[in-house]
Structure formats: C-alpha cells, structure tokens
Design a protein around this ligand. Structure first.
Ligand code: NAD
Length: 491
C-alpha cells in the first residue's frame, strides 16, 4: 500500500453536476516528504464555482424532497463506498498529506462513522409543538437551507471534509466543496469518486479544486453567490475571520472551526506514566498538525522533574522521516511554507531565552519532535498556534496559576487535565475557557456524534450529532389556526 502512496492517482477533473470537467489550468500538488509531484490538479476559477453552485441549486428541490429515510440509506451507501476505497485513501493521506501510515488508517476508519452517524441524524426530531395563546397548532420546525459551501483544511482531509458536509447532506441540503490546495485529492476529488460510486444524484455534491492563487476569487463566490445559503469552514483563525466577516456582510449562516493553542494540565496527583504517554501523543501525533494538538504542558512543580524525565524519554524514541517508511511516525510538515514558519517560531523562542530540552533540528520539510522550556509571553510561540511538532512545558505552583496559564491565549478549543481527583477536575473544567475539556486524557479527542467546537478565536458553531442541525437547518414557525384567533370588530 505504501508503494501506492508514491503513485499519482488518476485525476478525472473537477466534479460538477455529476460530470468530471477540466479547468483551464492545472496546479502542482506535491508529496511533502520529498516535494516530488504527487498529482496535477484542476485550478478551478470563479466561473467553475458558479457553475457548481448552480448545479447544486438545481439538485436541491429533489434531494430535499426525498423521504428522510431514503437520504439516510444514501448516507449508509456512502459509508460502504468509502469502506471499499479505504486502502486508496490511506495511500493518498500518506503520499499527498505527508501523514504517518497509522494516522491514515485511523482517519479512514473514522470517516465511515461520520457518514453513519449523519444517517442517524435523518431520524432526529425536526421540531417542537408550542403552546398558543389562540389555541393554534403552533410549531417550530427545521428546514434544509439550500446550497451549502464547504471549505476544508489539509491536516485531516478525510475527517474534516466529511464532517463539513455529511450532516448538511443528511438534512437535505446540497453541497459545493472546495478542498485545501495541499490535499485537493484526499480532501476533495476522492470524495467525489466515492459519492459517485455510492449513487448520489448529480448536482447534490460538487467539488471545485483550485490553487492558493485562485482561492480568493473562488472563495468569494462561495459566499457572495445569492444561491448559497450557508458556509461550513474549517481552517485557520486568520482565514476563518475573513470568511465569517464576509458571511456576516452577506447575511449567510457560517459555522467556523478554527485554530487552537491547547494546554494539558498535570496536577500533582496524576499518574505520571500515563500523563507522559498521553502528552507524547497529544503533542506529536501528525507532527502536531492537529487543531487540538497539545501545545502547552502545564505541570505542577512538585512532579515536574519526574514528569519531564518520563516524557523526554518517550518523545526521544519517535523517528522522523519520509512517510514511505512506516516506522517514521513523524513525517514532514505539509509544505515548505509551514516548515519555515515552525522553524522561525523555534528560532524566535531560543533567541529570547527558551531552552531546547529535546529536538530542535529542522531539514527540508521536517522538524524533529521538539520540547521547549523557559518560554514566556514575549516569545511568538507562547501566543501563536505552532501547528508543528513543538511543545512548551511550563511548571506551575497553584491551581489558580494553572487556570490563568491555560486561559492566557486568544484561542479556546480544548484543554485537558490529569489528576486522580475527578471532583477537582470537574470543578476546574468549568473555569477553563475552552469548548471541550478532557479529564485524564490528552487534548486530541473527537467522535462524530459529539458537539465539537471551540470558543474565543477557535470558532463559532458546533459540528457533530444533533448539534449539526443548528448549522445546517433554519427554523420556521408554522401555525395552524383553528378558529381561536379573534380580530377587533372594527376590522
Ligand atoms: P487555512 O485557513 O490556510 O485554509 C483552510 C481552507 O481555507 C483551505 O481550503 C484554503 O484553501 C481555504 N482558503 C484560504 N483562503 C481563502 C479565502 N480567501 N477564501 C476562501 N477560502 C480560503 O488553514 P489550513 O492551513 O488548511 O489548516 C490549518 C488550520 O486549520 C490550523 O489553524 C488549524 O488549527 C485549523 N483547524 C481547525 C480545526 C477545528 O475543527 N477547529 C480542525 C482542523 C484544522
């Protein structure tokens, strides 16, 4: 399978209205392990996106009118079609995304569950009956929106793309997807192949790929076009702010899941061996390129030395290199721009007095697992999301100090607490300014049916389970008068 990771997939074109169509130009999609050409991808234009939106709009009446259980069956068929192509996805996640083989296996398994849990959404209650002053039959009911624009990132192209659109389809919307320019196949065109194989009707799901140069115009069309009713965005806070502001100006619904600067708090009564193992996974899984990655480890001073020796011993065993070798758990960063950015963050911290406890070496697109101490707020790395295999470790004295350090960031995605005292952890959890808190685990946790999302600069809205209904439906108040509503006699 790993041989296939270095083989270019057959790119059939963009997927619009059930047809595979070329773009006027292509752009190069690189394998980040060695910057070799992975595939030539259609560089779609604003006009291509307009056609995709029109195709989605044309497909909406029939798709939204389909009995709910038939849409549910279609989502189960998508899950089966995905399962049949799992091996191909893993090869693409390794070759195109620069991910470790094990990460690809995990992601491939998860995506099938995203579709299955979305099918369950079709059976959810879609409204409420309200009391009425006039004895009316008064209801608040949920309706699909119409065309939903989906913009996805590269770091988990399978999970974050499917999460962005599965629930939208389940409740009767149609979709235009623009995947990241770093994973246009695994996060975009691959899905078109799977949904076509599952028999999803033409126009219900469309994919337009484009380069970073074209994304401004294509992205604008995805919000400004009057046929688009909502935007589902996962990516950086900088781009998310732009999308949310534009969506606001055009009065479109927007669910935006953005970056994080997440802390793992280790209290003095924690199981330190478990904490070291969890911290190693949370910090370095997929080279730290997960929105929920552990970016800061806050350790009670009384167990700091003990924790550090266990943690560093584990982290030192992680091998870095080309992902064609399964033993290289740490692959490359997704592109040279990201690798240079992470290196600059390390250099800035070291120049201002941080200590490198482990790693610190960077070459090509690779950065070794790196552990920094003596980091403070004057350093960019204290504030900026690293999105690389670099973690800060910081001692604290009191619970108040741990809470303040956790909350000292513009982000608010996840936090995690290690302790033997569950009651204390739950008390603390209420004071951490994050959308998700995990006790006795690290930060990276997600399941398709839970309310996933952040607060502060980590986003607005929730994906997952019935909470997706808020993102992908609108509420209508519908009443049925039964003679109880009287008007003043002058009328
Ligand atoms: P990014 O913001 O650079 O890109 C995300 C998507 O936005 C891509 O498809 C990109 O092409 C598109 N885009 C860029 N400019 C655009 C524009 N002007 N108009 C429309 N679309 C535009 O993010 P990335 O580098 O792909 O992903 C990494 C970031 O995503 C990190 O900050 C990470 O924390 C965040 N992320 C968040 C979550 C979450 O659920 N909270 C999950 C994964 C990643």
């Amino acid at each position: 399978m790993l041989d296939r990771a270095n083989t270019s997939p057959d790119i059939r074109g963009m997927y619009i209205g059930g047809s595979w169509v070329p773009a006027a130009r292509t752009f190069d999609d690189l394998n980040p392990s060695d910057n070799s050409l992975y595939a030539r991808i259609p560089d779609g234009s604003r006009e291509d996106m307009r056609r995709a939106i029109e195709a989605a709009h044309a497909a909406f009446p029939a798709w939204s009118a389909l009995p709910f259980h038939e849409r549910a069956h279609m989502l189960l068929k998508i899950a089966d079609a995905w399962e049949a192509r799992k091996e191909d996805f893993i090869a693409a996640a390794v070759g195109e995304g620069g991910g470790w083989f094990g990460k690809g296996v995990f992601e491939a398994g998860y995506v099938a569950e995203v579709f299955r849990s979305a099918s369950a959404l079709c059976y959810q209650n879609i409204g409420e009956v309200l009391p009425s002053e006039h004895g009316k039959f008064s209801t608040a009911t949920r309706w699909p929106l119409g065309v939903v624009s989906v913009i996805s990132p590269w770091n988990m192209p399978g999970i974050l793309t499917s999460r962005g659109f599965a629930a939208a389809l389940a409740v009767g919307n149609t979709v235009v997807l623009k995947p990241s320019e770093d994973t246009p196949f695994s996060g975009g065109l691959f899905f078109a192949e799977v949904l076509e194989a599952a028999g999803v009707p033409p126009g219900v799901f469309n994919v337009v790929t484009c380069s970073r140069e074209s994304v401004g115009a294509v992205g604008d069309e995805m919000i400004e076009n009057p046929l688009v009713k909502a935007v589902s965005f996962t990516g950086s806070t900088a781009v998310g702010r732009h999308i949310a502001a534009k969506a606001g100006a055009y009065l479109k619904k927007a669910c935006v899941e953005l970056g994080g600067k997440d802390s793992l708090i280790i209290l003095e009564d924690a199981d330190l061996e478990h904490a070291a193992k969890a911290a190693n996974f949370g910090s370095f899984m997929h080279q730290g390129q997960v929105c929920m990655s552990t970016e800061k480890i806050l350790v009670h001073e009384s167990v700091y030395d003990d924790f550090m020796s266990r943690f560093l011993a584990r982290a030192a065993k992680l091998r870095t290199g080309h992902t064609r070798d399964k033993d290289n758990v740490i692959g490359p960063l997704v592109n040279t721009r990201q690798a240079l950015r992470v290196k600059a963050l390390i250099d800035d911290a070291v120049a201002k007095g941080a200590t490198v406890e482990l790693g610190g070496k960077c070459w090509d697109n690779f950065v070794e697992p790196t552990v920094l101490t003596n980091v403070n707020g004057s350093m960019d790395i204290w504030n900026d999301e690293t999105f690389g295999p670099v973690v800060i470790v910081c001692p604290f004295r009191t619970e108040e100090e741990a809470i303040a350090l956790n909350n000292d960031t513009e982000y608010g995605l996840t936090s995690a607490i290690m302790t033997a005292d569950e009651a204390r952890a739950l008390r603390l959890a209420g004071r951490l300014e994050t959308g998700m808190v995990h006790v006795n685990c690290q930060n990276i946790n997600d399941e398709p049916h839970v309310p996933f999302g952040g607060v502060k600069a980590s986003g607005v809205g929730r994906y997952g389970g019935r909470w997706s209904l808020d993102a992908f439906t609108e509420l209508r108040w519908i009443t049925l008068d039964r003679g109880g509503r009287h008007f003043p006699p002058v009328f």
